[in-house]
Design a protein around this ligand. Structure first.
Ligand code: SAM
Ligand code: SF4
Length: 514
C-alpha cells in the first residue's frame, strides 16, 4: 500500500465510523427490538398454510377496501398454489390497480452516478472486492451530459438516481447531483426536455443528511431492505461493512420521514430468501411506517436477482420462478393496495408485458453502466449500439433494452396511457395528502387529467410517427372518458381547462398541469 492509498483508507474508515448514529436506530426500536419478528412471521405463514378457497375469496373481497392487509390474510394468500384460485387473485390485482391508478403507467430511467462502494454485498457487481468493475464517480459535467441524453433525446421526465455507498458519493454529492439534473433544459422539437422528478436510490443516511436531500428537492427516497430475514441478511452482507447493520437499514425510511421526506419506497431483492417471508416483511414494514407516520410506502419494488459481472451465484437457494414472481406481484398489489408497484428492465419484455396490468411504473431505455447514456449517443440524432451495456461497466445485466418510444407504443397498444406527470411533488400533493386522495379516488381525477397533458406533450416532442398515431388515439379515448364523467367526477370548468391546456401544448407551451 502506498502513502496515498493508506491516507485514503484512513479517511474512508473515519467516514464510515462517523456515519451511523446509534441513537437514530435506538429511538425506533420497541423494547430494544425491531419490528421484524422472524419466528412470528414463519409461524403465521405456517398457521395459514391451509387456507380454504372460501377464505381466500373473502380476503380478495376485502382487498377492494384499499387498506393495508393484516398479516394472517397475507399469509393465507401466500399459501395459494391452485392455478384457478391464483387466477382469481390475479384478476383482483388487475382490478385493484385500475381502481386506484386507472390505466396509467409511469415510466422512468435509472441514472447511475457512481460505482465506488465500501460494501461487499455478495450479489452485487459493485461490491468492493469485485476487481473486474471499472470504478468511477460522475463529475457534475458528466451528470449534465447524461441528463441531456435522458431528458433531451430519450424524453424522460423522471429518474431514479443510483449511488454506491462511498464518501465520494456522500449526501453533499447526492444533493449537488440532484440540483445539476434539475438544472438541465434541452430544446426539443417544439418544446423542451427536462427532468422534473429526481428519485434517489441510495444507502441509508442519518437524518441530518436526509434533510439536505429534502432541501435539494428529492422526489422519492428508495432503500431496499434486500432481505428482511435477519440471518440471511448477515450472510449476504459481510460483517464489518456498513451494510451489515440491519437495523440501520431497516429504519432508513423512518429517518427519512423524520427529515421531512414523506415519499419513501421499499423493496426486496427476490432470490436471497423465501419470497413468502419477504412479502410478510414488506407488509410489516408498511405497517410500522403507517403506525408511526400515518403513511405507508409510496412505492414497492420487486427486483429479482440478476447475473452480475464476475459474481458467483452458486450459493443462491431461493431463486423465484416466473410463475411465483407473477404471483408475488399480485399478492403485493392486494396486500399494500395503495402503493405504486415498480417493475424494472431486469425482467424480460415478455415478463413485463404479463405483469404490467398489476403495476404502476416501469423503467424504459435504461442503462445501468456509469456514463452509459452519453456514451450510447455519439451523434446528435442517432442512437448508437455500442458497448455501453457491457458487463464490466454495470451493476447487473438487463433483460429489456428497448427504447422508451417502443415501450410507450407497446403500452398504448395494450390500452395504457403513459403518464409523464410529476405534478404531485411540485405542488405539494405528496405523502399523506396523495395517499388519502388516491385511496378516495380524488387524486385519480387529477392524475387522469395530468396524464393526458403530459402524454400529449411527450408525443409532440419525442414520439416517432408510428407511436404518435396510436398515442393520439389513446388521448382521444381518454378525452371521451373524461367528458362522459362530467359532472360526476370532473366539473365543466375542469374539462374546459383541460381542452384549453391541450391546445396550448399543441401550440408549443410546456409543463402545464392541474
Ligand atoms: N448502494 C445502495 C444500496 O445498496 O442501497 C443503492 C444502490 S444499489 C446499486 C441498488 C439496488 O440494486 C440494491 O438495493 C439491490 O437491491 C439491487 N441489486 C444489487 N445487485 C443486484 C443484482 N445482482 N441483481 C438485481 N438487483 C441487484
Ligand atoms: Fe454497494 Fe449497494 Fe451494490 Fe451493496 S448493493 S455493493 S451497497 S452498490
Amino acid at each position: 500500500m502506498n502513502n496515498i492509498e493508506s491516507s485514503n483508507t484512513v479517511s474512508i474508515k473515519k467516514w464510515k465510523d462517523n456515519l451511523v448514529k446509534q441513537d437514530e436506530i435506538d429511538r425506533y426500536l420497541e423494547d430494544g427490538i425491531d419490528f421484524i419478528d422472524d419466528e412470528a412471521i414463519k409461524a403465521e405463514i405456517e398457521k395459514n398454510s391451509q387456507a380454504s378457497p372460501e377464505r381466500i375469496r373473502q380476503i380478495i373481497k376485502k382487498a377492494y377496501e384499499i387498506k393495508l392487509m393484516n398479516q394472517a390474510d397475507v399469509a393465507a394468500l401466500l399459501s395459494v398454489t391452485d392455478d384457478n384460485l391464483r387466477e382469481e387473485v390475479f384478476n383482483a390485482a388487475r382490478e385493484i390497480k385500475t381502481k386506484v391508478y386507472d390505466n396509467r403507467v409511469v415510466t422512468f430511467a435509472p441514472l447511475y452516478c457512481g460505482s465506488k462502494c465500501v460494501n461487499n454485498c455478495k450479489y452485487c457487481g459493485f461490491r468492493s472486492n469485485n476487481e473486474s468493475i471499472e470504478r468511477r464517480v460522475l463529475t457534475m459535467k458528466e451528470i449534465e451530459e447524461e441528463t441531456k441524453v435522458l431528458a433531451g433525446k430519450i424524453g424522460h421526465k423522471r429518474l431514479i438516481v443510483v449511488y454506491g455507498e462511498h464518501p465520494d458519493t456522500d449526501a453533499d454529492y447526492i444533493a449537488k447531483s440532484m440540483k445539476q439534473i434539475y438544472s438541465v433544459k434541452e430544446r426539443v422539437r417544439n418544446g423542451s426536455g427536462e427532468i422534473r422528478r429526481v428519485n434517489i436510490n441510495a444507502a441509508p443516511l442519518p437524518i441530518s443528511d436526509l434533510e439536505k436531500l429534502h432541501q435539494a428537492g428529492i422526489g422519492t427516497y428508495q432503500v431496499f431492505q434486500e432481505t428482511y430475514h435477519h440471518k440471511t441478511y448477515q450472510e449476504v452482507h459481510p460483517a464489518g461493512t456498513l451494510k451489515s447493520n440491519y437495523p440501520w437499514r431497516l429504519y432508513a425510511l423512518h429517518r427519512a420521514m423524520d427529515a421531512g421526506i414523506d415519499d419513501v419506497a421499499i423493496g426486496v431483492l427476490f432470490g436471497l430468501y423465501d419470497w413468502k417471508f419477504e412479502i410478510m416483511g414488506m407488509v410489516a414494514h408498511a405497517r410500522d411506517l403507517e403506525k408511526r407516520y400515518g403513511l405507508g410506502p409510496h412505492t414497492v419494488s420487486v427486483p429479482r436477482l440478476e447475473p452480475a459481472s464476475d459474481t458467483d451465484f452458486s450459493w443462491v437457494k431461493h431463486r423465484v420462478t416466473d410463475d411465483d414472481f407473477r404471483y408475488i406481484i399480485a399478492v403485493i398489489r392486494l396486500a399494500i393496495p395503495y402503493a405504486g408497484l415498480i417493475v424494472t428492465n431486469r425482467e424480460s419484455p415478455e415478463m413485463l408485458r404479463s405483469v404490467i396490468k398489476m403495476c404502476t411504473q416501469r423503467d424504459a431505455d435504461s442503462r445501468v453502466g456509469i456514463g452509459a447514456y452519453a456514451d450510447a449517443y455519439t451523434t446528435e440524432t442517432e442512437k448508437c449500439e455500442n458497448d455501453s451495456q457491457k458487463g464490466e461497466r454495470q451493476q447487473f445485466i438487463l433483460g429489456d433494452t428497448r427504447s422508451l418510444d417502443a415501450i410507450v407504443r407497446e403500452l398504448a397498444e395494450m390500452g395504457h396511457i403513459v403518464s409523464f406527470c410529476t405534478a404531485g411533488y411540485r405542488c405539494g400533493r405528496t405523502g399523506k395528502k396523495i395517499m388519502d386522495a388516491l385511496t378516495s379516488g380524488q387524486e385519480g381525477c387529477f392524475c387522469k387529467l395530468n396524464a393526458v397533458l403530459t402524454f400529449q406533450e411527450w408525443l409532440e416532442d419525442f414520439a416517432t410517427p408510428e407511436t404518435k398515431v396510436i398515442g393520439d388515439q389513446i388521448i382521444e379515448r381518454e378525452m371521451d372518458e373524461i367528458k362522459a364523467r362530467v359532472p360526476k367526477d370532473f366539473s365543466e370548468a375542469q374539462l374546459k381547462h383541460l381542452e384549453k391546456a391541450r391546445q396550448r401544448i399543441l401550440t408549443g407551451e410546456r409543463d402545464i398541469y392541474f
